[in-house]
Ligand binder design. Structure first.
Ligand code: SAM
Length: 249
């Protein structure tokens, strides 16, 4: 049996009773970084387990071994460094292999940085898309952002501290200063910051405080037409506005 297990994204208390029970019973735990995971597992009193490195560079190769362990009826649990495996983290290739071969596979749900921010983002009946990390290069990032110029859904992205200012600047340049974004920094950790404001104000806030440029980030770009406006403008009126906008120079 293969379990895909979420681990905390900061606060070590954010793990389920079931996850801890199954980790305790497991024969092998697949970890992105075995030293990180050893510390994490130690916090829950899970010691002396067989930990196997399983990351983006060896996922295919180790998946083959995992399949043979599943054939021996071993209980395998996959965890990543933080949050839910398969969400901007390894796991998908292994799941595909196990599913194709008819092995039993089950999720142990829990923390995910994007879902955590969505839960506090105040999006009323707004559909959303999770993109994950944008490209490293600004020119490619700008191209990616172009595709979300006129959409009616929110978009979730992950960003690292060394690119956060450049990324916010690109959102400002491509999607316009009045775009509302939600920024979640260091979620569930001691110095958590959650802000919902125009990109103009959030860019100022982050640029002017180097402290706000540190840590881990999730950004949700909200659509220009948000729920409040949707209640005031009918879909027909939106269509007419879009047609008129096409005629503008
Ligand atoms: N699988 C993880 C999940 O379920 O959220 C995501 C792993 S991805 C390699 C790591 C990225 O997730 C970070 O660079 C950051 O963008 C985001 N992230 C992880 N923990 C976070 C936290 N506590 N606060 C804000 N963002 C976080």
């Amino acid at each position: 049996m293969l379990y895909i297990c979420a681990t905390p994204i900061g606060n070590l208390e954010d793990i389920t009773f079931r996850a801890i029970e199954i980790l305790k019973k497991s024969d092998i735990i697949l970890c992105e970084d075995t030293r990180n995971s050893q510390k994490l597992l130690g916090y829950y009193g899970i010691n002396n387990k067989k930990l196997v490195a399983f990351h983006e560079h060896n996922e295919n190769e180790v998946s083959e071994k995992v399949i043979s362990w599943l054939e021996e009826n071993l209980l395998i649990v996959q965890i990543s460094d933080a949050g839910t495996p398969g969400i901007s983290d390894p796991g998908a290739r292994l799941c595909n292999k196990a599913l194709q071969l008819g092995h039993k596979i089950s999720p142990l749900p829990g923390a995910c940085a994007f879902i955590s921010l969505i839960s506090v983002a105040g999006l009323i009946d707004t559909p959303f898309l999770f993109h994950g990390f944008l490209a490293n290069k600004s020119s490619q990032r700008q191209k990616q952002l172009q595709q979300w110029k006129n959409v009616n859904y929110a978009v979730g992205i992950y960003e690292s501290p060394h690119r956060i200012v450049d990324c916010l600047q690109d959102i400002f340049d491509i999607l316009g200063e009045s775009t509302t974004i939600v920024m979640g920094r260091e979620l569930t950790k001691q110095f958590e910051t959650i802000k919902k404001d125009t990109i103009n104000n959030i860019l100022d806030f982050v640029k002017n405080d180097s402290y706000q440029q540190k840590g881990e980030f999730v950004i949700i770009i909200t659509p220009h037409i948000d729920t409040d406006q949707k209640e005031l403008i009918t879909p027909e009126q939106i269509k007419i506005l879009e047609l008129l906008a096409e005629e503008l120079p």
